[in-house]
Ligand binder design. Structure first.
Ligand SMILES: Nc1nc2c(ncn2[C@@H]2O[C@H](COP(=O)(O)OP(=O)(O)OP(=O)(O)O)[C@@H](O)[C@H]2O)c(=O)[nH]1
Ligand SMILES: [Mg+2]
Length: 216
């Protein structure tokens, strides 16, 4: 089977304060790499990964990795509307990043109307837990996730703990929404795309801002 064939494309947006580890999560997921020293994102970066959600059903995940810094907000906001999935990320060792999650959620929900984004809440840097650096308890994070109607996962881009699980959970939630009709592909909205027969066979390889498109 050609591993680049896909039936659906989901656009997923990474959200949360600067330095919570959004880019690191994506690097771990797409390249199995972790960098202690990584550049802050400028504007928005772009990553792609393929995932089989059930036998024979391959999804192309297109990730928008937004900059958490406030000065890029006008750029990053323009990506909310065409996203079907959102990973809301905070740093478990940094209380303020958790306190801002509600604001991120409200801002995105308001701006994507009438569309909806399917979310997962991720408590990042779980590797620091043993060093008594936890600033947010699991219970508290689960409570917030419950209030916002989304699941909660603790992960670490550094150790790799739960990284795949977090991305797969989000992808499966979107896929379930698609099957149940809660998520509907629509003309003029790019959150979800279904491959037209003639599109099957395109290969898109992306790394950050370098995009190569090859046609079979
Ligand atoms: N200990 C630990 N450090 C991490 C982890 N993930 C990321 N970091 C570190 O946290 C810092 C920020 O990571 P980034 O991935 O750039 O954070 P970001 O959310 O993309 O930040 P912006 O691009 O500014 O929005 C870097 O020094 C990473 O090495 C983790 O799981 N554990
Ligand atoms: Mg980043």
């Amino acid at each position: 089977m050609d591993l680049t064939l896909w039936q659906y494309q989901f656009r997923i947006i990474m959200l949360g304060d600067s330095t919570v580890g959004k880019s690191s999560l994506l690097k771990r997921y797409t390249e199995d790499l972790f960098l202690e020293s990584i550049n802050q994102t400028v504007g928005v970066d772009f990553y792609v990964h393929f995932l089989e959600v059930e036998p024979g059903v391959r999804v192309k995940l297109q990730f928008w990795d937004t900059a958490g810094q406030e000065r890029f907000r006008s750029v990053t906001r323009s990506y909310y509307r065409n996203s079907v999935g959102g990973m809301l990320v905070f740093d478990m060792s940094n209380r303020a990043t958790f306190d801002h999650i509600k604001e991120w959620h409200t801002e995105v929900c308001e701006r994507v109307q009438p569309h909806k984004v399917v979310f997962v809440l991720v408590g990042q840097k779980s590797d620091l837990e043993g060093h008594e650096e936890r600033a947010v308890s699991r219970l508290e994070a689960e409570k917030l996730a419950g209030q916002l109607g989304m699941p909660y996962v603790e992960a670490s881009a550094k150790s790799g703990h739960n990284v795949r699980a977090a991305f797969e959970l989000l992808t499966r939630r979107v896929y379930q929404g698609l099957l149940s009709g809660e998520v509907e592909p629509q003309e003029g909205w790019d959150g979800v795309k279904c491959a037209a027969p003639q599109e099957v066979g395109f290969v898109v390889e992306c790394h950050c801002n370098n995009v190569t498109i090859m046609k079979h």
